[in-house]
Design a protein around this ligand. Sequence first.
Ligand code: FAD
Length: 450
Amino acid sequence: MTTLVWFRDDLRLADHPALRAALDRGEPVVCLYVLDEESPGIRTLGGAAKWWLHHSLASLGERLREHGSELILRRGPAGVVVPEVADAVDASAVVWNRRYGGPERRVDAAVKVTLRGAGVEAHSYAGSLLFEPWTVTTGQGGHYKVFTPFWKACLAEPPPRAPLPEPREVPAPASYPDTDDLADWGLLPTAPDWASGLRETWEPGEPAARRRLSEFLADDVDAYDRARDEPAGGSTSLLSPHLRWGEISPHTVWREAIGSGRNVGGFLSEIGWREFAWHTLFHFPALAEDNLNARFDAFPWPELNEEHLRFWQQGRTGVPLVDAGMRELWESGTMHNRVRMVVASYLVKNLMIDWRHGERWFWDTLVDADEASNPFNWQWVAGSGADAAPYFRIFNPETQAKKFDPQHQYIGRWAPEYVTGGELLPEPLVDLRASRQAALDAYDVVKAAA
Ligand code: FAD
């Protein structure tokens, strides 16, 4: 008999409750990852995410080998593949850490039923969020729609548990089932290979995630509250893809941040936004398709201007901060949070393009794209979401650049042609003032529909 650990968005060995539970059963352990592009509703990964996944799986496989084990790779619908592998390895139990998206929960529930029907135990654990979504409720038993009371309620809960230690060894079975070859999954771009900027910027995998957290807490966290909004400042943690792929758990981040003795309240409340996005997705699974605020369904989007969308994607809008951000994204697979807000606001409120188009572009190009944070933040900026800044509060990219990039360091790095002797020379695609007014007029339709 063996215990099968089904790895998903938790590509690590430390603080992995399902792995710990498997080890505690005392049987040999088989570690499995399933690339599921077939189960209904599961979103196919974007290009940048696939790049990350490839390297993260390679790193996890290497770490498992160092611990005396192997990572088994299979492709196909999890509802079929997981019970198949469980049968092949004579599993007494299959264990995993929970997922919170609608389609994923449906798949996991179906797998549980199939396994139990075959006499195999199935257990799930809390490993990816600090607070389980059904435990944080308002006085009336509903879920929070505004961040500040949500986070206050979280902080009133018992503190997140201490992280579990990394196992010293993962006991091997007598023989392993067949595995796919990672290279055959085609997760890396080939023709053309557009990933050179990603390779220069990132190192996927658990060891790099741990190092990043230590460096951040040692060097950058003191400047975080003051400089986190400056895109050239380099004071944020850059942990988002590591958290996205579960190479480090939020519990580890939480405990080490508090244990650092630094002033970490501002940083931890950003981890709180991550929680809020996932809790929102749990309660509203259609987050990437439907407006959270149904009043927004009445918004009179003009016919899609595909050329404008393309200019925005390529960083050729003529607005320096927007173009710098979009090029940073294309080159490096990330974009500073302040600039994400500016480019999103520009797409929705100046170009009058539906937030879903922007969300999809980010989904394809961000290494940290996840099914909660990405649509949640797009809706937040568009004004259709939770805790919405009113629609008429429109980010002015010129004012934002003056305030947060006064020396043009960020714009100079990503869109240098705009910076000549310290002067910005924009040629805008649309007039900022007139397009802003058009957006406000369109919003009147939403207000009238209320
Ligand atoms: P830090 O400032 O160091 O924050 C620490 C951690 O908190 C981050 O690593 C992240 O896990 C979390 N976090 C911080 N801000 C947010 C937030 N607003 N929402 C959710 N979690 C947050 N973040 C993603 O992880 N995935 C996404 O797909 C994503 N899409 C976004 C789309 C838009 C339009 C916007 C405006 C923001 C989006 N964000 C997303 C949030 C945020 O921009 C990134 O988490 C942040 O820039 C990552 O950099 P960092 O790790 O240095 O963050």
